[in-house]
Design a binder for this molecule. Structure first.
Ligand SMILES: NC(=O)c1ccc[n+]([C@@H]2O[C@H](COP(=O)([O-])OP(=O)(O)OC[C@H]3O[C@@H](n4cnc5c(N)ncnc54)[C@H](OP(=O)(O)O)[C@@H]3O)[C@@H](O)[C@H]2O)c1
Length: 247
């Protein structure tokens, strides 16, 4: 087993489920101390225990990233307990039920943006000093829905929020390069996690060139690559991880 993150501290938001949990396991397996961020105490504590009992290092810090004050407290705690951050995986996000604009609850629009882009901004804003210090890297999780309308025809809020993540990533990559921070963005396609709800995986599979819905581990391998020294000359990349779905 390669250990590309020995002595590194990796922060994963939305680590309590799906893609974030798979990435947290991967970083821990490869030697990182992983800070797990999410709202669900039960799932967060269970993952912390699981990683620790495999002899690896993880700690769960509950936080709702849509609340700037909570994110500030999270950052202070990370500063106090670890004093550094090498990798930030901005992964937390929601895909709320989508519908025609004239029926969409205003709250759905606001919650989608509050988490998918405002929350991502708060986490980046408050952790940036640590990333600067370590000359670390950021990986933002957008979606192919932020690139095109493939994923869901009426996902107005979700798609717009993910397009914002892509543009925010571009801006950061351009400006942070000379500060030594690499910033890349992934655009997963259809990945089998709870965010899909009861959507029919088989229907999606037919529309994916590789013929199957991705697993969270398929994404984790790519995120680990982008976070590692193997990607030392990559910044500003917007990478679909979608089995070809966006072709
Ligand atoms: N699965 C796909 O097909 C797919 C495709 C493209 C992009 N993505 C993106 O991938 C990311 C991960 O999604 P997933 O598929 O792994 O879905 P998931 O299993 O539902 O995981 C979402 C994660 O986000 C966390 N989260 C949501 N709101 C939060 C908040 N306010 N504060 C802190 N954490 C919050 C959840 O934790 P708590 O519930 O504990 O708060 C959970 O850990 C999302 O950004 C999603 O948009 C997924």
């Amino acid at each position: 087993m390669m250990e590309r993150f020995t002595n590194q501290v990796a922060v994963v938001t939305g680590a309590t489920s799906g893609i974030g949990a798979a990435c947290a396991r991967k970083f821990a397996e490869e030697g990182a101390s992983v800070i797990l961020v999410g709202r669900s105490l039960e799932r967060g504590q269970a993952l912390e225990q699981e990683i620790k009992s495999s002899g690896r290092q993880a700690v769960f810090y509950p936080c709702d990233i849509s609340d700037a004050d909570s994110v500030k407290k999270l950052s202070d705690k990370i500063g106090h307990d670890f004093g550094r951050v090498n990798v930030l995986f901005n992964n937390a996000g929601v895909m709320l039920p989508s519908m025609e604009i004239e029926r969409m609850p205003i709250q759905e629009w606001q919650d989608t943006f509050a988490i998918n882009i405002n929350g991502l901004f708060y986490v980046t804003r408050f952790l940036k000093p640590y990333l600067l210090e370590s000359r670390g890297c950021i990986i933002n999780n957008a979606s192919i829905a932020g690139l095109q309308h493939y994923a869901a025809g009426r996902s107005y809020a979700y798609s717009a929020s993910k397009a914002a993540v892509i543009q925010f990533s571009h801006q950061m990559a351009k400006n942070y390069g000379e500060e030594g921070i690499r910033v890349n963005c992934i655009c997963p396609g259809i990945i089998d996690t709870p965010i899909l709800g009861d959507r029919d995986r088989k229907l999606y599979a037919q529309r994916i060139p590789l013929g199957y819905v991705g697993q969270p581990e398929d994404v984790a391998k790519v995120v680990a690559f982008l976070a590692s020294d193997d990607a030392s000359y990559l910044t500003g990349v917007v990478l679909p991880v979608d089995g070809g779905a966006s072709i």
